[in-house]
Write a protein that binds this ligand. Structure first.
Ligand SMILES: CC(C)(COP(=O)(O)OP(=O)(O)OC[C@H]1O[C@@H](n2cnc3c(N)ncnc32)[C@H](O)[C@@H]1OP(=O)(O)O)[C@@H](O)C(=O)NCCC(=O)NCCS
Length: 172
């Protein structure tokens, strides 16, 4: 495994003494991605939806040791990169994993004009993550997420990050 925990720093119980490696992955990793997806989202994607998305040109970034513990799925549309999904296994959250994935994406996509995504209005961890990276709200899609399993319909907040404003050195 390429990572190991240590110490107590701020909100985090520990940090990585070696930064976890991010790699681009292909369809062979989708079973593991699907398993993470099912744990992390109420409205999870089917394996076929993940396969179709990858076949349509999406990129999959994966953090893994003995098994995969976090992934980031994105799709380039001309000069914009759409963030489709980011997810970290619950037991690995709060240790900078999503930040490492996002930083890897921002480095790879520095030629793009901007990043775009939609996030549930109530998803505080995700909204804080994006805010920390410099994303700003550019829109709201009312009741975008359908009512389900006793949950009311929910708005999606549309966020964007202009790549020319990104200072990779400032991202920790
Ligand atoms: C959102 C998610 C990807 C964050 O992953 P993570 O690896 O725990 O995030 P990081 O440790 O890199 O945290 C980065 C920043 O996000 C914010 N954040 C992360 N978890 C948070 C929490 N529980 N509460 C508040 N802010 C939080 C903080 O600003 C944090 O920076 P800090 O540590 O300096 O305070 C993870 O919670 C997740 O997988 N959630 C379920 C799937 C999901 O909602 N995906 C997003 C869909 S748009």
């Amino acid at each position: 495994m390429c990572v190991s925990p240590r110490g107590v720093v701020g909100r985090r119980r520990w940090r990585w003494s070696t930064l976890p490696k991010v790699r681009l992955a292909g369809p062979e990793s989708l079973l593991e991605v699907h398993a993470i997806n099912r744990i992390c989202f109420d409205e999870h994607w089917s394996l076929k939806a993940l396969q179709d998305t990858l076949s349509a040109g999406a990129e999959l970034r994966l953090c893994s040791g003995d098994k995969a513990f976090a992934y980031l799925l994105t799709q380039d549309v001309l000069d914009e990169t759409h963030i489709l999904q980011i997810a970290v296994r619950p037991e690995f959250r709060g240790h900078g994993m999503a930040s490492v994935l996002m930083r890897s994406l921002l480095e790879a996509k520095c030629e793009q004009r901007r990043m775009l995504l939609e996030v549930r209005a109530s998803n505080v961890p995700a909204r804080r993550l994006y805010e920390k990276l410099g994303f700003a709200q550019i829109g709201l899609r009312p009741r975008y997420y359908a009512a389900r399993s006793g949950r009311a319909a929910e708005d999606a907040v549309v966020l964007a990050l202009e790549m020319e404003a990104v200072d990779l050195h400032a991202l920790s």
